[in-house]
Design a protein. Structure first.
Length: 352
């Protein structure tokens, strides 16, 4: 039996409930590996789950966290006959870990099907910052979005972890990119990742439509072939109506609904929900446009698809992630608040 520390939510509803707990970790079960965690990647889904605003949030007490990186310390017995084998790992291997919650820990038992070797020239911190963002960007842009060379892509929250990875993948695919950010101080980050100033929009809800038109004119494009959207809210419809024929609007988040405090403001959320964009399916047919939505966590049920997806993501975008902020394990609540603020760029990582 191994002792570990975790950040646990006794129940969802408020970030103030997050508490550090010491507990025993049993030996790894069949097809599992025990990983000593050296870095934890934070995601917006962690905040939404802790606030009780995420459909996949476990009932009762749970440990947040969808990804981490560490060292394989122990291996469980082989998986039962007939079940798909996991990643071949050995003691001492450095691995990236996907987990459907449970990542805010100093050690965990993980199904080996959700382990991916860390490239030899990457740090642990870079390993913890890659998988969720890269798989989200790859699945949304390539698998669903059918991204092709020469197309025009609008990427919302382009200076965030997923956004920067999506920018890299889109550019590597030969697409033209227009990125949006919420604050002007994030513009230099995107310029450092290859976008010209005219390709970056500092979002203003009151004049967002005009901003999109100006950005399209700057690159000589009549419309978007693909919109990669983590915002929804007032920015959804202006982008949707600027889709070219056969255009795809891929929605994977609703950051516009992110509360600013430690607990949800239910009246404000109800007002936002009532004012959410409405779609007329007949107009989608008339304009030859598509709207698709996905949530990466539901794909965890298809572990057999992970190895090929991770290989494809790494092949398209093999560079390590941009780390925007690092916090010690003891400051997990502060790290979450920093992520929630929307002022960070790239990935927020916590290091035990």
């Amino acid at each position: 039996m191994t002792t570990r520390r975790v950040w646990q939510m006794p129940s969802a509803g408020s970030l103030e409930r997050l508490a550090q707990v010491t507990e025993d970790l049993p030996p790894p079960g069949p097809g599992e590996a025990r990983v000593r965690v050296e870095a934890i990647g934070l995601n917006f889904a962690d905040v939404f789950a802790s606030l009780g605003l995420y459909s996949a949030t476990p009932p009762g007490a749970f440990v947040p966290g969808l990804e981490c990186a560490g060292i394989v310390e122990a291996l469980g017995p082989p998986r039962a006959g007939g079940e798909a084998a996991g990643t071949a790992v050995a003691l001492g291997d450095r691995v990236m870990v996907l987990t459907r919650f449970g990542g805010y820990a100093t050690a965990l038992n993980a199904d080996t099907r959700y382990l991916v070797p860390i490239p030899s020239d990457w740090t642990m911190t870079q390993g913890a910052a890659y998988l969720v963002q890269a798989l989200t960007a790859w699945y949304g842009l390539v698998h669903l979005g059918a991204l092709a060379p020469g197309q025009v892509v609008l990427i919302h929250s382009a200076a965030g972890g997923v956004g920067l990875r999506a920018v890299a993948m889109a550019r590597a695919s030969g697409a033209s990119v227009i990125g949006t950010v919420g604050h002007a101080d994030k513009v230099p980050v995107l310029e450092g990742h290859g976008l010209a100033r005219g390709q970056v929009i500092v979002r203003d809800a009151a004049r967002f439509a005009a901003q999109l038109d100006a950005a399209l004119a700057a690159i000589g494009a009549p419309g978007f072939d693909l919109v990669f959207d983590a915002l929804a809210g007032p920015f959804f419809l202006p982008a949707l109506v600027r889709l070219a024929p056969e255009g795809r609007h891929v929605l994977y988040g609703a950051a516009d609904f992110m509360p600013s405090g430690a607990r949800p403001n239910w009246l404000r959320l109800a007002w936002q929900y009532l004012r959410r964009p409405r779609l007329d399916p007949m107009k989608l047919i008339d304009k030859n446009r598509s709207v698709m939505g996905f949530n990466l966590i539901w794909l965890f049920e298809h572990a057999e698809r992970l190895p090929a997806s991770a290989v494809a993501a790494l092949a398209l975008s093999p560079t390590p992630a941009h780390i925007g902020a690092r916090f010690p394990f003891e400051e997990m609540p502060r790290a979450l608040r920093a992520l929630q603020s929307g002022r960070t760029t790239g990935k927020v990582v916590v290091e035990p």
